[in-house]
Design a protein around this ligand. Structure first.
Ligand SMILES: C[S@@+](CC[C@H](N)C(=O)[O-])C[C@H]1O[C@@H](n2cnc3c(N)ncnc32)[C@H](O)[C@@H]1O
Length: 285
């Protein structure tokens, strides 16, 4: 697994001031799922590195004070938890159980729209996923053999990604371990990476999937998850700038994921692949 900081440093140029990786808003709190020493130590470490407060823990159980987003620390791993009144929704990055595993096995392989858009064939391309998010797309591509540099500017999402990759690298299924080993998470603004010409010979395709407005076409759960992510990372209002920068990198294919009926992010793409709820716009630079 290539998510160690030294590997990351090699491909990172110095970000300019506006493009420093984001640290997430102070209103997000850390929540311990139990009062074991291991969980407490991890929570303290994360609180220090992410500059977040820790919600008080009482022996009667965890206390969640206000509505909002929490980073829940448990012995099994990290989760984003959103509390709204009595309702709690959890968002986890999980590559080796549930949906990811199902999609890896039965998702349609190289016939999936994303695989066709990226151009996954006998010799899978190397991809810069410039908007890693929960790395679900990155993991699909890695499962199909692509090497993926997954750039994410939210420090909070990055800790979830590192955690999930570590866990996937120890999974029972060999295919999951191998896919995890093809993903390198980099905490950075992808625009800084794209200014570093050293990166160019390491990638063939640049993939961009910015946040988009709530879609009634997605399932309720996906909508909820994306809403929570939006609370953490915001609206990606600079996505067009990211595309422009990607387009200035020669000899690369740039693929942008959009809602199926949304206008293109920039100029008209060379071609598009449209599914039920999403569309992939393909640019050849
Ligand atoms: C819609 S989510 C991506 C979802 C992702 N494709 C997945 O499968 O989980 C968009 C993510 O891109 C990140 N992002 C947006 N612009 C970025 C940039 N310039 N550099 C790095 N990350 C960026 C946001 O922080 C957010 O987490």
């Amino acid at each position: 697994m290539l998510c160690d900081k030294s590997a990351n440093r090699r491909i990172m140029s110095k970000p300019n001031r506006q493009e420093q990786p984001q640290t997430d808003p102070g209103r997000i709190c850390i929540l311990r799922s139990d009062d074991s020493d291991a969980v407490e130590q991890r929570a303290n470490k994360l609180a220090a590195s992410l500059n977040l407060k820790i919600a008080p823990f009482k022996s009667t159980g965890r206390t969640i004070g206000q509505d909002g987003v929490y980073l829940e620390v448990a012995a099994q791993g990290l989760t984003l938890l959103y509390r709204e009144g009595r309702n709690k929704t959890r968002v986890a990055v999980d590559f080796h159980s549930g949906k990811a595993e199902h999609r890896r096995k039965y998702g349609g392989g190289k016939g999936q729209l994303i695989a066709k858009a990226i151009g996954v064939g006998a010799n899978p391309p190397r991809v810069l996923d410039a908007t890693a998010g929960l790395a679900r797309d990155a993991f699909v591509l890695a499962s199909l053999g692509c090497r993926v540099i997954a750039a994410e500017r939210s420090a909070l999402l990055c800790v979830l990604l590192y955690d999930a990759l570590k866990s996937a690298s120890e999974a029972a299924q060999r295919a999951t371990r191998e896919a995890a080993g093809r993903i390198q998470v980099v905490q950075a603004d992808a625009r800084s990476l794209l200014r570093d010409s050293e990166l160019y010979h390491k990638i063939d395709v640049i993939y961009i999937d910015p946040m988009y407005p709530d879609s009634t076409k997605s399932t309720a759960l996906v909508r909820k998850e994306m809403r929570i992510c939006r609370m953490v990372v915001g609206n990606d209002k600079d996505a067009a700038q990211l595309l422009n920068l990607a387009m200035s990198v020669h000899n690369k294919r740039v693929v942008v994921k959009r809602m199926h009926d949304a206008p293109p992010l920039g100029e008209s793409p060379a071609s598009s692949l449209t599914g039920k709820s999403t569309r992939f716009d393909i640019y050849l630079t």
